[in-house]
Design a protein around this ligand. Structure first.
Ligand code: SF4
Length: 319
């Protein structure tokens, strides 16, 4: 059996749910209670959350072969662009991720990402050989201190591994940052810039408090803070600007030294505010409640939404 996100189950025709936006990446999850103890995660060793949850998503289980067959069909019909295998850190998790990658890549050419507990170059190599197009080594936190407090393991070691893997497997390595866990905008933007310098793909998440986790009472980030990080991420990713173009005051991004008209033109298509990560990954409602604050838009924005997002960033850009 394998867990799939409720939205994925719906695209695969395994479950009927009402969705205003469908996921374009299928999300699969294996493993039970995690051996790690990340304070934000409902699957963490000491969390009391519903084990059906990862972030704010519910994950029903289905028979593996049925899921793979449906993945193939959905990819052939262009309903899905990618599949992402996520794993909790438990006994046999790495082998299981490898096995799943092999099973899926035998049946379909759809691009595959894997976000598993990975701590060596050899494991990354093995996952790529098994069929992964992107291997995610998630930083999650943007500073050593926050990483130690929240995830409890070594930040520098993980960064070293990311750098090494990005050199050895160009274009195949990705990471995640969760915005709003106490870091400054400057700290996370600096780390994002480093990742792009190394050729690592960056996925952005907004911190989401989940009941039963140690961080259940921590507030999600202010929307302005998230918008500024999204804008910086987009400008760095597309090389419209460097971090030298970004001016900070007490850790907050206050200005981008591009011509205002040029900056507005870049931001007007709204892409900066769409979900960032592996190509084709839109993760609808991973961080957002329907009708709530849209941290990551899982679809193209309309004009009104773009203008609102630019205003929320409060970077003194005249519309
Ligand atoms: S960005 Fe999306 S597809 Fe890539 S590893 Fe993260 S969740 Fe998976």
């Amino acid at each position: 059996m394998i867990k799939v996100s409720a939205g994925t189950a719906s695209v695969l025709g395994l479950k009927k749910i009402k969705m205003d936006v469908s996921p374009t990446t299928a999300h699969l999850l294996h493993g039970e209670k995690c051996a790690n103890n990340c304070k934000f995660c409902p699957q963490a060793r000491e969390s009391h959350s519903d084990l059906e949850l990862l972030s704010r998503i519910v994950w029903p289980s289905y028979e593996i072969n049925k899921v793979i067959e449906s993945l193939k069909e959905a990819f052939d019909k262009e309903e899905l662009k990618r599949a992402c295998i996520q794993a909790t850190n438990g006994k046999g998790a790495f082998e299981k991720s490898k096995e799943l990658l092999e099973m899926i890549s035998k049946q379909t050419r759809m691009p595959l990402s894997v976000a598993s507990n990975i701590n060596s170059v050899e494991k990354v190599k093995a996952l790529i050989e098994a069929g992964a197009q992107k291997v995610c080594i998630a930083m999650d936190a943007a500073t050593d201190k926050i990483h130690c407090d929240i995830k409890g393991n070594n930040y520098d070691q993980k960064k070293k591994l990311l750098k090494m893997c990005a050199e050895l497997f160009p274009g195949k390595i990705s990471t995640h940052f969760i915005v709003g866990m106490g870091e400054s905008e400057e700290a996370v933007i600096k780390e994002i810039d480093t990742m792009y310098q190394w050729g690592v793909t960056v996925g952005l998440f907004a911190f989401t408090p989940i009941k039963g986790t140690e961080m259940e009472n921590v507030n999600p980030p202010q929307i302005g803070q998230y918008r500024r990080v999204q804008i910086a991420n987009y400008l760095l990713k597309r090389q419209y600007a460097t971090k030298e173009n970004m001016i900070f005051n007490e850790g907050r991004l206050i200005e981008i030294t591009l011509e205002k008209e040029q900056l507005l033109k870049i931001l007007k298509n709204g892409t900066a505010f769409e979900t960032a990560g592996c190509p084709g990954c839109n993760r609808p409602y991973y961080n957002e409640k329907p009708g709530g604050v849209m941290y990551n838009y899982p679809r193209a924005l309309n004009n009104e939404e773009v203008n609102q997002a630019i205003e929320e960033a409060a970077l003194l850009i005249d519309l």
